[in-house]
Design a protein around this ligand. Structure first.
Ligand SMILES: NC(=O)c1ccc[n+]([C@@H]2O[C@H](COP(=O)([O-])OP(=O)(O)OC[C@H]3O[C@@H](n4cnc5c(N)ncnc54)[C@H](OP(=O)(O)O)[C@@H]3O)[C@@H](O)[C@H]2O)c1
Length: 321
């Protein structure tokens, strides 16, 4: 069993958790040629294939003789017991398993769960002032972003990121389905890279319908007094469409608007060993006067990512059982 086998098991887990309507206390996963997922049900023991028990509610079940045990505490996955799993596999599972269960929280909140990701320099810059951001992150960060795209139902960016970066927003570096691609754009946008990279429809939020843009669906929202689209309206709308998770890949204006409305659940910051000294900051938020006013994190972790680290922080305590 290699990482790719486990990865296809996690994709199946994500799909099955999404289909499950109701609380999840624990889940057994048997990784193999054909994976088996049992939610809130015991699995018939099989010593041939690695079995993992994921515990969400330790009061209901917290151990099993023949399974490795991973306990979920929000974005943290704690390996409680390891039955012969190589270290590399165990840390891989602990990194990605928390995202497989986000649909449970989405159902409870009746809105999509938002995860925002940036690759940033040591001084917190995500692009130069001329708009160049390729490549601040390393190769592992790119693979990570593709994994997250595959685990999430949708991916969202702002118009300037689309125009500057001309991204594809598809899953190419790992196995998995492309997420629904969403652009917030009221002005004229350059959709060429998105149209060239996949046939699936693009959702455009804001803006007037452009009849020349093929395969695009326009969604209109009433504007806030500041002229912005309400991010809470976006997340509620997505949930109603059966889209339970959204991966926000920038830029700063877009992610910060979600943050201002407390509509970001998880932040992922890939820290690159570079200093810009100028450039576009990761976040653009109202000015604060004292350090005590800074956003802090009760639950966070630093995950090794190739030759550097990724910070993962929870913005809201509601991810905990
Ligand atoms: N290093 C990284 O990980 C990374 C990732 C992504 C982007 N980037 C870089 O970030 C830069 C772009 O960031 P940015 O902050 O300038 O722009 P941005 O966030 O990409 O786009 C901002 C635009 O998106 C639309 N928008 C977003 N949220 C909205 C809302 N709630 N309501 C209404 N409109 C909304 C508006 O478009 P309209 O003006 O059309 O209405 C707004 O002008 C680029 O240089 C890109 O390369 C870096």
């Amino acid at each position: 069993m290699n990482i790719e086998n486990y990865w296809s098991g996690l994709l199946q887990l994500t799909r099955e958790v999404k289909k499950h309507n109701g609380p999840v206390d624990y889940c057994f996963i048997k990784f193999g040629d054909e994976h088996e997922i049992h939610i809130n049900r015991l699995l018939v023991p099989d010593t041939h294939w690695p079995m993992v028990l994921v515990v969400l509610n330790p009061r209901v079940l917290n151990d099993h003789q023949l399974a490795s045990v991973i306990e979920l505490q929000g974005v943290k996955a704690i390996l409680r017991k390891n039955l012969n799993m190589p270290e590399e596999i165990a840390s891989f599972l602990c990194t990605y398993i928390p995202y497989c269960f986000l649909s449970v929280r989405a159902r409870q909140l009746e809105r999509a769960i938002a995860i925002t990701h940036f690759a940033q320099s040591l001084d917190g810059k995500i692009a130069t002032l001329s708009g160049d951001s390729k490549w601040i992150g390393n190769e592992q960060n790119l693979i990570h972003a593709h994994r997250m795209r595959a685990l999430c139902d949708s991916i969202l960016i702002g118009s300037r990121t689309m125009n500057c970066d001309q991204p594809s927003l598809t899953v190419r570096l790992v196995e998995g389905d492309n997420p629904l691609r969403i652009i917030i754009c009221s002005s004229e946008g350059d959709f060429r890279s998105l149209q060239a990279s996949a046939d699936e429809k693009i959702i455009v939020m804001g803006g007037e319908e452009d009849p020349c843009l093929e395969n695009a669906e326009y969604v209109r929202f009433p504007a806030n007094p500041d002229g912005k689209i309400s991010c809470s309206d976006i997340l509620s709308y997505l949930y109603q469409q059966g889209i339970f998770t959204v991966y926000i890949e920038g830029g700063a204006t877009t992610s910060s608007q979600f943050m201002k409305e407390s509509m970001v659940d998880i932040i992922q910051l890939h820290i690159s060993p570079m200093i810009f000294g100028s450039g576009v900051s990761s976040f653009v938020l109202p000015e604060i006067n004292s350090v005590q006013e800074a956003i802090t994190f009760q639950h966070y972790l630093f995950i090794p990512m190739g030759d550097t680290y990724m910070f993962v922080g929870e913005m809201n305590a509601h991810l905990h059982v």
